[in-house]
Design a protein around this ligand. Structure first.
Ligand SMILES: [Zn+2]
Length: 78
């Protein structure tokens, strides 16, 4: 499972899960840095991040997806 997720590593050798989208102005960019990958993944799960199948999306960007969708109107509405 963990093989599918790309982590980022800081200078202290700690891991964090990056936000996959980074489309929101308020995007947190990444989860908290933890001692290992498992803890980093647990952190984002507890922070209500959404797993897309390819990566994790922070709650701010997840919200932004719905905002963007609301802006797209069907063609016949123009
Ligand atoms: Zn984000």
């Amino acid at each position: 499972m963990l093989d599918n997720i790309s982590f980022i590593k800081n200078d202290e050798g700690e891991y964090a899960v990056p936000c996959q989208l980074k489309i929101s102005e308020n995007c947190v960019q990444s989860g908290e840095f933890c001692d290992d990958e498992e803890d980093a993944k647990d952190w984002v799960e507890e922070d209500f991040w959404i797993f897309s199948g390819e990566g994790w999306i922070c709650p701010r960007c997840n919200e932004q997806i719905y905002v963007n969708m609301a802006k797209i109107k069907p063609k016949h509405m123009r």
